[in-house]
Design a protein around this ligand. Structure first.
Ligand SMILES: N[C@@H](CCC(=O)N[C@@H](CS)C(=O)NCC(=O)O)C(=O)O
Length: 223
C-alpha cells in the first residue's frame, strides 16, 4: 500500500490525493507537519516539504506533487489525468503550473501563513495588509477560472483533468480558511460544486485541522 505523508491543509497533498484517487490507486495517510522538521521526515524529503509518497519500507520514495503525479501517470494506465494528446497535455500542465505557482504565491501561502500558521503555531495576529492583498488576488483568479470556463467545459480542456484537480485543491484550502466570497462568482461556484461531489474529493469535506474550524458552508455540496 502507498503511504502519503501530508497534512490536511496542504494544497499540494490534496492535489496528489485527488489524482491518485481518480486513478484508482489506494493509499493511506500519515499526518506530517513540515514546519516541525522531524528527522525521519527529512530523510525522505530533502526539501522538508509535503507531500511525500512512499511504498512499503521506503522502497520507493516520491517527492514533489508534480513528480509524484507524473510517476503514477506513467505507471498506471487507468484514468489518465493529464489529457490525451500532446497539445492538450501542454495546456493542462500550464493550468496546473498557474495554480501551483501563481495562485499559491499570491493567495495560498499567505492565507496558510496568516490564518493557519500564525494562529496555531506562532500565535501572532495576522498581517491584515497581506490578507487584503490575497483577497484581491482571489478575485482575479476566480475571474480567470470563469474566463477559461467561458471557452471550454473544464479548466484544461474538454475533459476533467489534473488542471481541475489542482485548482480545486488550492481553492479548497483557501475556502476552508474562509477567504472566498462565492456570491459574486456563480460560474466558478458551479464548477467547484461539481468537483466537490466527486468521490475523490469527499474526504476533504469532513477532515479538520485541529483547533481551526472551517466556515459552516465549507462542507456543503450546495453552498
Ligand atoms: N513544489 C512542491 C511544493 C510543496 C510545498 O510547498 N509544501 C508545503 C506545504 S503545503 C511545505 O511543505 N512547506 C514547507 C517548506 O517549504 O519548508 C510540490 O509541488 O509538492
Amino acid at each position: 500500500m502507498w503511504r502519503i505523508y501530508q497534512y490536511t491543509l496542504c494544497p499540494f497533498s490534496r492535489k496528489v490525493r485527488l489524482a491518485l484517487a481518480e486513478k484508482g490507486v489506494s493509499f493511506e495517510l500519515v499526518e506530517e507537519f513540515p514546519w516541525q522538521g522531524r528527522d525521519g521526515f527529512l530523510e525522505i524529503s530533502p526539501a522538508g516539504q509535503t507531500p511525500v509518497v512512499v511504498w512499503k519500507d521506503n522502497e520507493c520514495v516520491l517527492c514533489d506533487s508534480t513528480a509524484i503525479i507524473e510517476y503514477f501517470e506513467e505507471t498506471v494506465r487507468e484514468s489518465p489525468v493529464l489529457g490525451s494528446g500532446p497539445l492538450e497535455r501542454a495546456e493542462v500542465r500550464r493550468v496546473v503550473s498557474w495554480f501551483d505557482q501563481k495562485f499559491f504565491a499570491e493567495v495560498g501561502v499567505i492565507l496558510l501563513q496568516e490564518r493557519m500558521y500564525n494562529r496555531l503555531i506562532a500565535q501572532q495576529p495576522p498581517n491584515t495588509h497581506l490578507l487584503r492583498q490575497a483577497h484581491q488576488a482571489i478575485e482575479h483568479h476566480l475571474d480567470y477560472i470563469e474566463y477559461l470556463l467561458d471557452h471550454r467545459r473544464w479548466l484544461g480542456g474538454a475533459t476533467f483533468s489534473l488542471a481541475d484537480m489542482t485548482a480545486a485543491a488550492h481553492i479548497s484550502v483557501v475556502d476552508y480558511l474562509g477567504a472566498i466570497d462565492w456570491k459574486t462568482h456563480d460560474q466558478a461556484k458551479q464548477w467547484y460544486s461539481a468537483i466537490k461531489s466527486r468521490p475523490s474529493f469527499r474526504p476533504f469535506l469532513t477532515e479538520r485541522m485541529l483547533n481551526l474550524a472551517p466556515p459552516s458552508y465549507y462542507e456543503k455540496l450546495d453552498f
